[in-house]
Write a protein that binds this ligand. Sequence first.
Ligand SMILES: [Zn+2]
Length: 120
Amino acid sequence: MSDNIIPFDNSLKVKIASRSLKKTCCRHRRSVVLDPDSRLLECDDCGAFVDPFDVLADIVNREVRLTSSREYLAHEVKKLRDEKRELDKEVKRLKAQRRYHAAKMSQNTTKTDQLLGNFE
Ligand SMILES: [Zn+2]
């Protein structure tokens, strides 16, 4: 029996792969390689084995942050749409007010011209 094979029970043998000597932690966490044969995760940058729990925790934390950001952004979009709707109403109100005052000014100018015309 080889030194790197440990009898687990009568039917199952566990072989310690030589690559288990690779370093077991890294800080890259940008990309991992799933090895379906060994069922291990390796860092795509340095080849170190990565703890699947750490990868899962990173994914969950990223998803939580993304969900939180998405909710915040959806709230901000709604808030900005509401503000735009209110500003559109204000613009419409101010345009109507400007038209009213322009018409009123035009009437007053006409009356003034008529009054001045009476004195000429
Ligand atoms: Zn790495």
